[in-house]
Design a protein around this ligand. Structure first.
Ligand SMILES: Nc1ncnc2c1ncn2[C@@H]1O[C@H](COP(=O)(O)OP(=O)(O)OP(=O)(O)O)[C@@H](O)[C@H]1O
Length: 231
């Protein structure tokens, strides 16, 4: 579970995030929308412990990130816009390496099981990551999250630049992870995909969460209208 309590981040005299209060439960896929500079990445970075709050708290499964970022990170997996792994290692070698780093040692069969689960084509298991497409790299990134047994996923614009088929596959994968009980926070500019993948939508404007709503019965066109009226 992710929780932000009165979370605020100022850079010099500028407020990047203003008094954010947010709870993302297990099984929830929370899609955060907002213009460039609205504060989405800052929110994610505070949960990751990449930056410290000016005031307030970011909690991961009840652990205050600022107090013990290492403990908090054990529950987290991060899928950035571009998944950067070791280009000279294969998918399975990267998966093995990052699993071991997180303290998990798997058999080849188990590692292959993770890659199968995320839908990576079999002939890419042994190929070096440097030749993978963006969508393939993201699948390996999610396989690492599964292997790490992370129950909270943070994703920053994961579908930008993906083709429609890769986006559809990614969407299905994330929806299933939500159904399996992961808590997911995803920053995105894709309103239509947010309605498809998310259980909850948040709209940020100038560092504030100004709207929050469930996606049940939400039409993408209505969300688009609200978004354009809000920003
Ligand atoms: N390291 C930093 N130093 C100074 N200002 C920063 C820093 N990181 C972010 N900001 C500022 O904080 C504000 C929020 O930025 P943030 O990256 O969180 O926005 P965003 O919603 O993720 O935008 P985008 O959609 O472009 O990724 C912006 O005004 C940005 O300039």
């Amino acid at each position: 579970m992710l929780q932000a309590i009165n979370l605020t981040k100022n850079y010099n005299n500028q407020t990047a995030l203003n008094n954010l209060n947010l709870t993302i439960q297990k099984g929830e896929v929370f899609c955060l929308l907002g213009q460039n500079g609205a504060g989405k990445t800052t929110t994610i970075n505070l949960f990751l412990g990449f930056t410290t709050p000016t005031t307030g708290q970011a909690l991961v499964n009840g652990i205050a990130v600022e107090n013990d970022s290492e403990a908090a990170r054990k529950h987290l997996a991060y899928i950035p816009e571009v998944v950067m792994l070791y280009p000279n290692l294969s998918s399975i070698e990267n998966l093995d390496f990052f699993s071991r780093l997180a303290g998990f040692k798997y058999t080849t069969q188990q590692l292959e099981g993770f890659l199968e689960k995320v839908g990576l084509q079999k002939d890419a298991f042994e190929k070096r990551m440097g030749g993978h497409s963006k969508g393939m790299r993201q699948k390996v990134g999610i396989a690492i999250a599964l292997a790490k047994n992370a129950d909270v996923l943070l994703m920053d614009e994961p579908t930008s630049g993906l083709d429609p088929k890769a986006t559809a596959e990614f969407t299905e994968l994330v929806k299933n992870l939500g159904k399996e009980g992961k808590a997911i926070l995803m920053a995105t500019h894709d309103i239509f995909n947010a309605v498809e993948v998310g259980t909850t939508i948040g709209i940020m404007r100038r560092g504030e969460l100004v709207h929050q709503m469930p996606t049940s019965n939400l039409m993408a066109t209505d969300l688009q209208k609200l978004y354009l009226e809000t920003i």
